[in-house]
Design a protein around this ligand. Structure first.
Ligand code: GLV
Length: 333
């Protein structure tokens, strides 16, 4: 039997590529960069499956070109880069990699929280720029996490894992599952106060974002929301860049509306070298690495490969972003 044909849009860590080569006719973008659109459109035309990354836009143009596509597997938990509704309409399951990156991403959100609160990046620059002349009782004073209030926006797997860490640090924890929903008290265990979005913004010393990027969450944090936060508040974003309005964030940080931001994700990614956020000393930016531990990226790659194989075999597995694909679609009956 001929092997199915699969596209891999960039090298992935671990044994995944070898497994793909054994089981598929594999075409791989072999540069250490985002696969070009032309390459994608040329090769998707003959592919039964694609293993893509969050940097690949799998939109209607790509799906139109992918006439024999049977599965889209992405090595990420977020899948806002994929037109899921169009995949569903075409009967193509979309599989992602939730679960395996939860704890690693929560660790990193907490690392950003501590970096912001305790001015770690500023301290590093202070030393390397030769300002450290002596111990000083007043230099680089930060904020305590213990006793502080953490607002978690989006109480899915990662949000809950962040809450667990905050409990260990003796923080008060406010949460809203999603900005538009209200939920019962203690729904995710004791120690979390469920509040509405505006209360969370007004009362938190630290706000950490954990919602997926959707039409509803794009620019969820804009001028009004930033203005409603404490002047001393710090914003942590390990979700998706466009959840925050970047211009509003720049304005808020440069006018003292909030104190600090620590961003793993930006809009766009990467930021152009003249982006004003890059000029701010109260904004730490790292290159979308919250899930980037050696072990976790390896696990994500394995899950993405297994998802691709399952999709090619027509098997129904968990981690499907559009389980409705298995129901008959009204306009296709
Ligand atoms: C990373 O941002 C992911 O969605 O896995």
């Amino acid at each position: 039997m001929p092997k199915p044909s699969a596209l891999l849009t960039r090298a992935i860590p671990g044994p995944g590529i070898e497994l793909l080569q054994q089981k598929c006719d594999l075409i791989i973008w072999d540069k250490d960069s985002v696969a070009s659109r032309d390459w994608l459109l040329e090769h998707i035309a003959h592919a039964d499956g694609i293993l893509c990354l969050l940097t690949d836009s799998i939109d209607t143009v790509v799906l139109d070109a992918g006439k024999s596509l049977r599965v889209v597997s992405t090595m990420a938990v977020g899948y806002d880069n994929i037109h899921v509704t169009e995949c569903t309409r075409r009967g193509i399951p979309v599989r992602h990699t939730p679960g395996v990156l939860t704890e690693t991403t929560a660790d990193f959100a907490f690392a950003l929280l501590m970096t912001a609160a305790r001015r770690i990046v500023e301290g590093d620059s202070y030393v390397k720029q030769g300002h450290w002349q002596s111990w000083s009782p007043t230099v680089l004073l930060g904020h305590d996490l213990h006793g502080g209030t953490l607002g978690i926006v989006g109480l899915g797997r990662i949000g809950q894992a962040v809450a667990k860490r905050a409990q260990g640090f003796g923080m008060r924890i406010l949460a809203c599952r999603s900005p538009s929903q209200s939920h019962g008290k203690n729904e995710n265990g004791p120690g979390i106060e469920h509040v509405d979005f505006s209360t969370l913004l007004a009362e938190s010393d630290f706000v950490s974002l954990h919602v997926p990027l959707t039409k509803e969450t794009r620019h969820l944090v804009g001028h009004a929301e930033l203005r409603s936060m404490k002047h001393t508040a710090m914003l942590i974003n390990t979700a998706r860049g466009p959840v925050v309005d970047s211009q509003a964030l720049y304005h808020a940080l440069s006018h003292g509306e909030i104190a600090y931001a620590a961003l793993d994700v930006t809009d766009p990614e990467p930021l152009p070298s003249d982006d004003p956020l890059l000029s701010l000393s109260n904004c730490v930016i790292v290159p979308h690495i919250a899930s980037a531990s050696i072990a976790t990226r390896g696990k994500m790659a394995v899950v993405a490969v297994e998802n691709l194989f399952a999709g090619l075999a027509g098997a129904r597995l968990p981690y499907c972003a559009n389980p409705e694909v298995y129901q008959p679609q009204p306009d296709l009956i």
